[in-house]
Design a protein around this ligand. Structure first.
Ligand code: HEC
Length: 461
């Protein structure tokens, strides 16, 4: 009985205390705000932050307000010149991009005392990371009648570009302030009739690998050119500018390690990227006469085609073997490692290999590498004003995985004020707005979809 009473007393005391606390809370404490909920906005609103949101996993991006950009056709039905094939995946505009599916283009932004951060996300159902791959006997292009015998430049990469008015640009369509990007389009080219436009051009096969978007400029006189500084992309064709030229360089077999401007080091997949820096030896001249290699490959006694297929497809009269005609084959084998595998006991065709005359080995490898394709461009660290825009993305560059791709996530980072004449400046931007345009390209560099004009607004601190 006593015990029960005591319990009751305790219960009463606890209840009174609790109700007092609750009462106190009601009276004296204001309910703390819940976590910020992301809100859709009509402009791209950059919020002031004190910590740079430099990674995709940064909590800022999780609940930052966002702009949904509905996309339309910006340019369509354009083709490349003879010898460039399968490079226009956005040929029909919105009906080609994702086969007509909405890319769900979404943007977020932030700024701190020194930099602007723009987050861009869009759905692209297939990751295209080749750019004018030098290919022997490559695929024909359903949109073109070019012949495909011998070398062609095959495939184009996915791209995204943002444009800002730099200097009162205009075209027959109007001014940038009124019409956005339409001001930079003139006679079918990215070129205003007057003034100039700042363009940040992100490319999965080139700029993103190094951690940048290419900082470029277009004006009435010169058209679209890179900003001043060392180029990050150069042709890897023996005859630069000729899409039917053989490659100039191939991967040497040395791992392609590169430190990006955000300080992170990345390995670059040699099937898709060729790194050309003064400090490393990742590339070596492409040697051998592929014409002669063709004859060795098809030799009636020891030709590789017996098992690897007539044109490297992987099925021959004497058996089936790994297809050589596959993009990315180049990443597995440098010349030295190809020789060492083909001559080893692990290779079913090693008795064929052992009959190949030593003097023909390089010719044969030139042919085999050509079937798989050699990256069409070389990548070098950019410098100067060309290197102003950094990129952080969700692309796994060490091993390009084409199949499970759905979404691109990219953060572009730029100083508010670069001090360079070929850049738009956001000096003391607080409270100001800037018109911009945005374009997406799926395996293309000419046709694009996107939005001509959106507004970037720097919110008050
Ligand atoms: C008798 C059939 C046959 C012939 C002929 C043949 N191979 Fe192979 N090769 C294979 C098979 C099967 C494989 C798959 C790996 C294995 O089991 O050996 C292969 C794999 C390879 C690979 C590795 C490919 C990869 O992606 O891993 C190379 C390189 C190669 N062969 C080179 C050659 C060369 C060069 C010749 C011509 C001199 C040649 N092979 C002739 C059957 C053959």
């Amino acid at each position: 009985m006593k015990i029960i009473l005591r319990h009751k007393a305790l219960f009463v005391i606890v209840s009174i205390t609790l109700s007092l606390i609750v009462a106190c809370e009601k009276k004296y404490f204001v309910k703390p705000p819940g976590p910020k909920v992301a809100v859709q906005t009509t402009a791209l609103e950059a919020t002031y932050v004190s910590t740079a949101p430099l990674t995709l996993s940064d909590s800022y991006w999780k609940n930052a307000d966002y702009l949904k950009v509905s996309v339309g056709n910006l340019n369509k039905n354009a083709l490349y010149s003879n010898g460039y094939l399968n490079m226009t995946g956005t040929y029909g505009g919105t009906s080609s991009f994702n086969a007509g599916g909405d890319p769900k283009l979404t943007m977020k932004a932030a700024y701190d005392d020194s930099k602007l951060y723009i987050y861009v996300e869009w759905v692209d159902n297939n990751l295209d990371a080749t750019n004018a791959l030098a290919t022997l006997l490559g695929a024909s292009d359903p949109l073109k009648s070019d012949t495909t015998g011998q070398w062609t430049s095959q495939g184009n990469s996915d791209k995204m570009a943002i444009a800002f008015d730099l200097n009162n640009s205009s075209s027959s369509e109007g001014t940038f302030v009124d019409k956005g990007c339409a001001a930079s389009c003139h006679q079918g080219k990215m070129q205003p009739a007057a003034g100039s436009v700042d363009i940040w051009s992100w490319d999965v096969a080139t700029t993103d690998a190094l951690g940048y978007a290419a900082d470029m400029v277009t004006d009435a006189n010169k058209g679209l050119v890179k900003d001043t500084g060392n180029a990050m992309v150069t042709s890897n064709k023996k005859v630069p500018g000729n899409p039917r030229s053989q490659p100039a360089y191939e991967w040497s077999g040395v791992d392609q390690s590169f430190t990006r401007p955000d300080g992170k080091t990345t390995l670059l997949d040699a099937g898709y990227y060729l790194l050309n820096t003064t400090a490393t030896t990742n590339i070596t001249p492409f040697i051998g006469d592929y014409h002669k290699g063709d004859l060795v490959y098809h030799n009636s006694v020891y030709g590789c085609g017996h098992c690897h297929g007539d044109e490297g497809g992987g099925d021959g009269p004497s058996g089936s073997a790994t297809p050589f005609a596959a993009v990315g084959f180049a990443k597995k084998y440098s010349r030295a490692s190809l020789i060492s595998f083909a001559s080893s006991g692990n290779h079913e065709g090693n008795t064929y290999w052992s009959q190949v005359p030593a003097a023909s080995v390089n010719d044969l490898i030139a042919y085999i590498k050509g079937l798989g394709g050699v990256p069409g461009v070389l990548l070098s660290p950019p410098s100067g004003s060309h290197a102003d825009v950094w990129s952080v993305s969700n692309v796994t560059r060490s091993r390009i995985n084409v199949t499970p791709h759905t979404l691109y996530q990219v953060i572009l980072v730029r100083k508010l004020n670069t001090g360079n004449a070929d850049d738009v400046q956001f000096t003391t931007p607080e409270g100001k707005s800037y018109p911009f345009g945005i374009a997406l390209m799926n395996a293309d560099g000419k046709n694009h979809i996107g939005s001509l004009k959106q507004m970037l607004t720097f919110k008050l601190k």
